[in-house]
Write a protein of this length. Structure first.
Length: 721
C-alpha cells in the first residue's frame, strides 16, 4: 500500500486552505473562514506523517467528513466521478502534492486535479500518475480519502430571523439531486414524445382508410405502435429506477444531516421545545420521499405530455395554437389563482396534526397522572380541542383543493367540446384532415384527463411543501459554535476559573446563574450546594460546555473555553446527571464509541463501581442488550453504570450532578464516594449535592443562593470543625 512520506515536506498553510476549499466546493459546502484558519493553525502544530489523516481531521473541522479506504489504484480510476473525487497524496519537489481523481478519460488516461496548485482538471497517462504516487504498477493498493458532507441539508437553513419559504427550501433540497433529476427529466421528455405514438398512428390510419382499404399500412402502423409503446415501457422502468435512487438519497441525506445537528444543537433550543417530539418531524422525510417520487413519475409525465401535445396541436393549424394559449391560461388560473394559499393551509394542517401527536405522546408518558381522578377527562377534552383545530385547518385546505378539482373538471368539459366544434368546422372548411381532427381529440383528451388527475398531484405537492416546512424546523435548530484552536493537556486534573459569568434563559427576567469569581484548583474536590432552582445544574451545563454563558468567561487550564473546540473540551470533561442508557450492549454503553477504550478498560471501570461481577453473572454477560429504560438492570446498577461510563475515559474534570443523592444503598454509596473523592483519582471533582455526608468529603464547599455564589456551607463548617 502506498503511504507517501511527509517528514521532509514543508507545511504550506495556503496550499492546505486551497485544498480544503476545493474539497468543500465539490460538495457545495460553505466554509467558515474563521473555522478554516483555526483548523489550519492547529494542523500546523500537530503536523504528523499521515497527510491523508490530516486532511480528514481538517475537513471534520469545517463541516465535512472523510472516509479512508484502501483500494487498488485502477479500481478507483474506474469508479471515481467529478461529484465524488478520490484524494490521495504524492510527493513532488520535496513537498506533498494531493491528487484528486475525477474518473477515467480516454483509454489509458485519467482525469485528475491538483487542488493545491490549480483547480482545473487535466488528463494524464495512468502510468505517469502511478509513478508520481510511487506505485510499482496500476493495480497496487493506495490509501484514498473520499469526502462527504455531514450537513447535506445546510442549503435549506434559514438565513436571519425569518424562516425560509417552503418552496425555497424545496429548491435547496433538490439541488443535491440535480444530476439525477436531469436524468429523470430526460426520460420524461422521451416518454412524453412516445405518448403521441397512438394519436399520430390513429391519424395516419384514418387518412389511409379514407383513401383505401390496404392492409399493409395497417400492419406497419401496428408494428410501429407496438415498438413505440414497448420502448416507452422500458423508459418508464428506467425512470422508476432513477426515482428510487433519488428517494434513497433524500432519506440518507436527511438522516445524516439530522444526526449531525442533534449532536451539535444548542441546549437552549430545547428550553422551548420538547426534544423527542420535535425529532418526530424527521418522519416527514417519508412524505418527501413518496411525494417526490409521485411528482417525478406522474407529475412530470403530465407536464411533458401537455407541452408536447400542445406543440403538435399548434403545428396542425393557427386556430389550434390559439386554443393552446387559452388552455395554458386556464391551467395557470386553476393552479395559481384557485390554489392561492393552499401551501399555507397545508402547513397549518400539518402543525395541528403534530400538536395532537405531541399531546398523545404526553398522555403515553404520564400514565399515572392521566389515570388519576380527573386526568382522563382532562386528557379527552384536550384531545378533542386539538382534533377540532386539525379538522378546521383540514377543511380550509380542502376548500381550496376542491376549487382546483372543480376547475380541472370544468376545463376538461369545455376543452373537449370546444375542440370538437373548432376541429369540425376546420374539417368542413378543408383546413384540417379528418385524421388530424381525431388525433387532436385524442391528444386533448389525454392532456385534459392527465390534468384532471393533476388535482391529486397538487394535493401531493401541498403535502410535500408541508413536510419540507417540518424538516426545516430541524434544519433551523441553532448549533453550537465550531472552531477553536487551543490544545489542552492530555492528562492530569484540570484547573477551572469561572469569571463574571451570567446565564439567562430566553423567557427569564433574572439571571439563572451569576458568578463573580469561582476558581477550582487542579485536583480539588469542590462541593456545590443550594436550594432547588439556585442554578446548580446550570453551572454543570457551563462546565461541560452544554450551555454558553450570556456574559463572562470560563477558563480551563488557562484557555478561554470559547477558544477550545467543544469536542476537545468534552474529551476532558465528563458530566454525570441522570440515567441515559441507549439500546446496545453493556460494553457499548460504557465504551460509547471511544475506540481507544479496550475491553480491559471497560472491565476496570465496571470493577471500580462494583458492577463487573454482577453483570458477568447475567446470561449474556457484558454482551447483554440494554433497553432505553436500562432493563434488565435495576436503578442501583444503572446509576453505577453511568459513573463507570464517565470514569472509563479518565476525565480531567468530573462533574457529578446529584447522582450520589440518588443512591441510598450504603455499600454502593460508600464505594462510589471512595472512588470519586479518592486522593489518587486523576480528576478535579465538582460534586453538586445537598447531602451533608457528601459535602463533608469535599475539600471546599460553595453555596448557590438566588443565582449567586458564596464560599462555605454546611459541608465547609463540618470540615472546619
Amino acid at each position: 500500500m502506498s503511504d507517501p512520506m511527509s517528514t521532509s515536506s514543508t507545511f504550506d498553510p495556503a496550499a492546505w486552505r486551497a485544498l480544503v476549499r476545493w474539497m468543500a466546493g465539490t460538495h457545495h459546502v460553505e466554509v467558515s473562514q474563521d473555522a478554516l484558519d483555526a483548523a489550519i493553525r492547529r494542523l500546523e502544530v500537530r503536523h504528523t506523517d499521515a497527510p491523508v489523516d490530516q486532511l480528514v481531521w481538517v475537513l471534520q473541522q469545517v463541516g465535512l467528513d472523510g472516509i479512508l479506504v484502501d483500494r487498488p489504484f485502477d479500481e478507483v480510476v474506474r469508479d471515481a466521478e467529478p461529484a465524488h473525487p478520490w484524494v490521495t497524496f504524492g510527493a513532488r519537489h520535496d513537498r506533498l502534492s494531493p491528487v484528486a481523481v475525477l474518473g477515467a478519460a480516454r483509454r489509458g488516461h485519467v482525469t485528475v486535479v491538483d487542488p493545491m496548485n490549480s483547480p482545473r482538471p487535466r488528463t494524464v497517462r495512468l502510468r505517469d500518475l502511478a509513478e508520481q504516487l510511487g506505485l510499482p504498477d496500476t493495480s497496487a493498493h493506495v490509501r484514498w480519502m473520499v469526502a462527504e458532507s455531514v450537513a447535506p441539508l445546510a442549503a435549506m437553513r434559514s438565513r436571519g430571523d425569518e424562516p425560509m419559504d417552503p418552496i425555497a427550501r424545496l429548491k435547496a433540497l433538490l439541488q443535491g439531486e440535480r444530476q439525477t433529476l436531469w436524468v429523470a427529466v430526460v426520460y420524461s421528455v422521451v416518454i412524453g414524445l412516445l405518448s403521441l405514438v397512438v394519436p399520430i398512428a390513429v391519424q395516419s390510419l384514418v387518412n389511409t382508410i379514407a383513401f383505401g382499404s390496404a392492409t399493409q399500412p395497417l400492419v406497419v402502423l401496428t408494428l410501429l405502435v407496438a415498438v413505440g409503446l414497448g420502448f416507452s415501457a422500458a423508459i418508464n422502468a428506467l425512470r422508476a429506477g432513477v426515482v428510487e435512487i433519488i428517494q434513497r438519497s433524500l432519506f440518507a441525506r436527511t438522516a445524516i444531516d439530522v444526526t449531525h445537528r442533534l449532536l451539535r444543537v444548542r441546549a437552549e433550543a430545547f428550553d422551548r421545545y420538547h426534544g423527542p417530539e420535535l425529532v418526530n418531524r424527521f418522519f416527514d422525510v417519508v412524505t418527501v420521499q413518496k411525494s417526490a417520487a409521485l411528482l417525478l413519475i406522474d407529475g412530470l409525465s403530465v407536464v411533458m405530455q401537455t407541452i408536447i401535445g400542445m406543440v403538435l396541436l399548434a403545428l396542425y393549424h393557427p386556430w389550434l395554437l390559439a386554443f393552446d394559449v387559452l388552455m395554458v391560461a386556464a391551467m395557470l388560473v386553476i393552479v395559481f389563482v384557485l390554489g392561492r394559499g393552499a401551501i399555507y393551509t397545508s402547513i397549518g394542517e400539518s402543525k395541528a396534526k403534530y400538536a395532537l401527536e405531541a399531546w398523545l405522546e404526553q398522555i403515553a408518558s404520564h400514565l399515572v397522572t392521566f389515570k388519576s381522578k380527573g386526568g382522563a377527562e382532562y386528557a379527552t377534552r384536550r384531545s378533542q380541542a386539538l382534533l377540532e383545530d386539525y379538522l378546521t385547518y383540514r377543511a380550509k385546505h380542502f376548500k381550496i383543493l376542491l376549487r382546483q378539482i372543480i376547475g380541472s373538471f370544468a376545463l376538461q368539459a369545455v376543452a373537449s367540446s370546444a375542440l370538437l366544434g373548432i376541429g369540425g368546422w376546420l374539417v368542413i372548411e378543408r383546413q384540417l384532415t379528418l385524421g388530424q381532427l381525431v388525433a387532436s381529440e385524442l391528444i386533448v383528451a389525454l392532456m385534459v384527463s392527465a390534468f384532471t388527475k393533476f388535482g391529486k398531484q397538487l394535493e401531493v405537492f401541498y403535502d410535500l411543501a408541508a413536510a419540507i416546512d417540518k424538516l426545516g424546523a430541524l434544519v433551523d435548530l441553532p448549533l453550537e459554535p465550531a472552531g477553536g484552536e487551543a490544545i489542552l493537556t492530555p492528562a492530569g486534573p484540570a484547573a477551572v476559573s469561572v469569571q463574571g459569568v451570567q446565564v439567562r434563559y430566553p423567557d427569564g427576567e433574572d439571571a439563572a446563574l451569576s458568578v463573580a469569581r469561582l476558581d477550582i484548583a487542579a485536583g480539588e474536590r469542590l462541593g456545590v450546594s443550594g436550594p432547588i432552582g439556585s442554578g446548580k445544574s446550570t453551572l454543570a451545563d457551563i462546565l461541560f460546555g452544554l450551555r454558553a454563558p450570556s456574559r463572562g468567561t470560563l477558563v480551563l487550564d488557562g484557555f478561554d473555553t470559547r477558544d477550545i473546540p467543544l469536542a476537545d473540551l468534552r474529551q476532558c470533561v465528563s458530566l454525570v446527571r441522570s440515567i441515559e442508557v441507549f439500546p446496545g450492549t453493556v460494553i457499548d454503553n460504557v465504551r460509547l464509541g471511544r475506540d481507544d477504550l479496550g475491553l480491559t478498560e471497560v472491565n476496570e471501570a465496571l470493577r471500580r463501581v462494583g458492577l463487573l461481577d454482577e453483570l458477568q453473572a447475567l446470561p449474556d454477560g457484558l454482551s447483554t442488550k440494554l433497553h432505553p429504560t436500562a432493563r434488565p438492570l435495576s436503578s442501583r446498577q444503572a446509576w453505577r453504570l453511568m459513573v463507570a461510563r464517565a470514569i472509563a475515559g479518565r476525565p480531567r474534570l468530573l462533574v457529578v450532578d446529584g447522582v450520589l443523592d440518588q443512591i441510598d444503598y450504603s455499600e454502593d454509596r460508600e464505594r462510589l464516594m471512595q472512588l470519586l473523592f479518592g486522593a489518587d483519582a486523576p480528576w478535579t471533582l465538582v460534586c453538586i449535592t445537598d447531602d451533608p455526608d457528601l459535602l463533608a468529603r469535599c475539600s471546599r464547599v460553595v453555596t448557590l443562593q438566588d443565582g449567586q455564589v458564596r464560599e462555605g456551607g454546611f459541608g465547609a463548617r463540618e470540615v472546619e470543625a
